[in-house]
Design a protein around this ligand. Structure first.
Ligand code: PRE
Length: 88
């Protein structure tokens, strides 16, 4: 593949990443509403730890740097929690 074809691939992959991010936030906004109704803390440390393990394992399997993946997960988590706290 040449540079132009590879960049077309990258553009399509980036669109998919943003679509997946949007779907994830649609789900977490629903979780935020449920937690708000049930008066639950926006942060669930056990669940976050499970997610970290899963992201590390799957990243390693798929040859993605797990440190990068954890930074992405932690950034997403920070924004999710900020949205949940806005409901308070
Ligand atoms: O699963 C939850 O309880 C969520 O609120 C979602 C989520 C996530 O982004 O995956 C966000 C905050 C919690 O600390 C754990 C997980």
């Amino acid at each position: 593949m040449n540079l132009q074809q590879l960049r077309i691939d990258i553009d399509n992959i980036d669109t998919q990443l943003i679509t997946l991010l949007s779907k994830r936030f649609i789900a977490t906004r629903e979780i935020g509403k449920l937690k708000h109704q049930d008066n639950k803390d926006p942060i669930d440390t056990n669940r976050l730890n499970q997610l970290c393990d899963k992201w590390i394992n799957e990243s390693t399997e798929q040859e993605v740097n797990p440190e990068l993946s954890l930074q992405i997960l932690n950034t997403i988590h920070r924004y999710v929690v900020a949205e949940h706290k806005e409901l308070k």
